[in-house]
Write a protein that binds this ligand. Structure first.
Ligand code: SIN
Ligand code: FE2
Length: 214
C-alpha cells in the first residue's frame, strides 16, 4: 500500500445514496484485539463455504456471532440461533463489535440500532460476492452496518432493482458502510478480491455485517 501525506487527513463521509453512507476509518478504533475476538469466534464456529439454494458453493467463507447467524443451504437462506456445524449457539457478539455498530448507525442517522446478528465474511484473493439484497431480516426500518478489515475491496452499490446502475467504492481497512431507510434494500456486492498483504490481517479481507433480525 502506498502512503502519502493525505493519508493523515481524515477522509470525509461519502454519500452512496439516500440513506446510505461510507464512513472512512470509522472502525479503526476497534484496535488489535479484534483479531483475538475473531480467533475465538472461529474456534467455536469455524468459517465455512455455504451452499446456495441453487447448489453453488460460495467463494466467501462465513461464520457468525450474536443471537442469530445467517446460514444458507440447499433448502434456502435463513437466520438460525444454532450453528448447524457445532449444533450450539453462535459465539456471543463481543461488546466492542456491538458498540462500533451502534455508533456507526448513529453517525449515519440511525439511532437505536440493536443488532442481534453479525455475519462474518472472509474473502481470500479470488473470492467475490455477487450482487444481492439483504432481505432475510424481519424489520427493514433497521439499517445494515458493514465493517471492512484487512485487504481493500471494490464494493458495488446499486439501486432497488438488480438491473439498476451500480457504483464502485474502494473499502479500506477500518471503513464502515451503513445503508438503511430508502437504501435498505439496495443491491450490493463485492468484486473479486485482489491479492495483497495487510499488515495485521495478512492475505485476506474480513467483513462484519450487523443486522437486526427479529
Ligand atoms: C454482505 O453483503 O454481506 C457483505 C458485503 C461486504 O463484504 O462488504
Ligand atoms: Fe449483503
Amino acid at each position: 500500500m502506498q502512503e502519502s501525506f493525505f493519508d493523515f487527513l481524515p477522509k470525509p463521509t461519502v454519500i452512496l445514496a439516500e440513506g446510505a453512507v461510507l464512513l472512512p476509518g470509522f472502525a479503526l478504533g476497534l484496535g488489535a484485539d479484534i483479531l483475538s475476538f475473531l480467533n475465538s469466534i472461529q474456534a467455536a464456529s469455524p468459517f465455512r463455504h455455504m451452499i446456495t439454494p441453487g447448489g453453488h458453493r460460495m467463494s466467501v467463507a462465513m461464520t457468525n456471532c450474536g443471537k442469530f447467524g445467517w446460514v444458507s443451504d440447499k433448502t434456502g437462506y435463513r437466520y438460525d440461533p444454532v450453528d448447524p456445524l457445532s449444533n450450539r449457539s453462535w459465539p456471543e457478539m463481543p461488546a466492542s463489535f456491538l458498540k462500533i455498530a451502534t455508533e456507526a448507525a448513529v453517525a449515519a442517522g440511525y439511532s437505536g440500532f440493536q443488532p442481534d446478528a453479525c455475519l462474518i465474511n472472509r474473502y481470500l484473493p479470488g473470492s467475490k460476492l455477487s450482487l444481492h439484497q439483504d432481505r432475510n431480516e424481519a424489520d427493514f426500518t433497521q439499517p445494515i452496518v458493514s465493517v471492512s478489515l484487512g485487504l481493500p475491496a471494490s464494493f458495488l452499490f446499486g439501486g432497488l432493482k438488480r438491473k439498476d446502475a451500480v457504483k464502485k467504492y474502494t473499502l479500506e481497512h477500518g471503513d464502515v458502510v451503513v445503508w438503511g431507510g430508502p437504501s435498505r434494500l439496495c443491491y450490493h456486492g463485492v468484486n473479486t478480491l485482489k491479492t495483497g498483504e495487510h499488515p495485521a490481517f495478512g492475505k485476506q479481507r474480513i467483513n462484519l455485517t450487523f443486522r437486526k433480525v427479529v
